[in-house]
Design a protein around this ligand. Structure first.
Ligand SMILES: [Zn+2]
Length: 403
């Protein structure tokens, strides 16, 4: 490691050679290039906003940063301004844009995994969001505990720090260490899953267009689908694993996944610990999955509303090409919107959220932004930068060259 500018007067040798060595947590280590005298200085407390950027926004921002965006591509000015605004708010230690598993899944199918990995780390503040399925499982767990105690649906708390890996409120390091691992080997499995998801979503859309269900019909169906869908997914996971174990293709073992099997094993144990006889416990779990109060599980509920809004649009004649990525967007919103301060999402999703029923019947913390009103997002980021305390603005200029 070596000292970085700006160089100030060294307290010991008095030369103008006292620079920044490193930043860690909430202090900066300074050292003299000449006499090696060094000391730590405390840094002010921070309270960073958390913003989720969808895959599209992340890649546009990264391409803007790395100057690999095609000259003259649509919205060039917006992405330049957006990059500058995001970077300023980020370096002023006012905001982080954490990575999520939804990014990782899509990153892998990108033609250049390494680039997109760097892209996600760009503004992450070395944090990542808990995986969506883990958050959903945690909500399910709290509902199961209420079910066992014969209580109504529990109130879920939405503290963003509970779903963040890494520290939200530490000063950014001045040296960024990039952990590099190539996960492309998993890409084929994800590709085929996405293709399947796309095909079944297209089937559904065709049915909606034909049968014209109402918003309420689809909503009710989705809310009630919790139990059947979970059981089906669990059975499918078991079958896939059995087939992989039985096949002669060693690489198929890489495709094994146990998340649902473990999830329902743990819930079964919870029932046993709560007094359900061992041989009846799994059946009780299956019964719990059909508990009507599960309609209020936050991630499940928001997802169901988005789904109903989409179905309603299509059944009232709006034809849009169905991309499996919309399910990823739904998943991101349903899981993270109650926790984070803001989200930049797909234009179609953002407009679904403005549907009357969604505005009045579901609630979440995040302000939603999209390309429908791109300048509103820049305004939001600029406000955040402007609100930074002067002391932090000065320090961020010194330490990171922030403007
Ligand atoms: Zn010195």
């Amino acid at each position: 490691m070596f000292e970085l500018p700006p160089f100030r007067q060294c307290p010991r040798c008095k030369k103008e050679t006292f620079g920044t060595l490193s930043v860690g947590d909430n202090s900066v280590t300074k050292r003299c290039q000449q006499c090696r005298y060094s000391h730590d200085e405390g840094l002010p407390d921070l309270d960073k906003r958390v913003i989720y950027l969808d895959q599209f926004a992340v890649s546009e921002l990264y391409k803007t940063k790395s100057k690999t965006r095609k000259p003259g591509a649509a919205h060039e000015k917006f992405w330049q301004d957006c990059y500058a605004a995001a970077n300023r708010a980020y370096l002023r230690q006012q905001v982080i844009f954490p990575i999520s598993n939804l990014h990782a899944d899509e990153t892998i199918v990108w033609h250049s995994p390494e680039e997109l990995r760097l892209a996600h780390e760009m503004f992450s503040g070395e944090t990542s969001l808990e995986r969506t399925e883990v958050i959903a499982a945690e909500q399910e767990w709290q509902f199961a505990e209420a079910y066992i105690k014969k209580q109504p649906a529990p109130a879920i708390s939405f503290n963003v720090d509970d779903i963040l890996t890494g520290e939200r409120n530490v000063w950014l390091p001045v040296f960024h260490i990039n952990v590099n691992s190539n996960m492309s080997i998993f890409a084929p499995g994800i590709r085929s899953d996405r293709a399947t998801a796309e095909a079944s979503l297209q089937d559904l859309a065709d049915q909606w267009a034909q049968k014209k269900p109402t918003f309420d019909e689809v909503l009710k169906h989705e809310l009630n689908a919790y139990g059947p869908a979970m059981r089906q997914a669990l059975v499918a996971q078991i079958k896939r694993n059995e087939a992989a174990m039985a096949s002669n293709d060693p690489s198929s073992v890489l495709q094994l996944s146990f998340n649902l099997i473990n999830r329902y094993q743990q819930l079964t144990d919870l029932f046993i610990k709560s007094g359900t006889p061992r041989n009846a416990a799994f059946n009780e779990v299956l019964k719990f999955l059909d508990w009507p109060e599960n309609h209020f599980q936050p991630a499940h509920r928001i997802f169901a509303y988005l789904f109903a809004a989409l179905a309603w649009r299509i059944s009232s004649g709006q034809r849009t090409a169905m991309k499996a990525s919309i399910l990823n967007d739904f998943n991101a919103i349903a899981t993270y919107a109650p926790f984070v301060d803001a989200m930049f999402v797909d234009r179609q999703c953002a407009s679904l959220l403005t549907q009357g029923r969604l505005r009045s019947e579901i609630s979440y913390r995040a302000k939603i932004f999209s390309m429908n009103d791109p300048n509103a997002f820049i305004g939001y980021l600029d406000d955040i930068s402007e609100q930074a305390p002067p002391e932090i603005v000065m320090l961020s200029k010194d330490l990171y060259g922030a403007t």
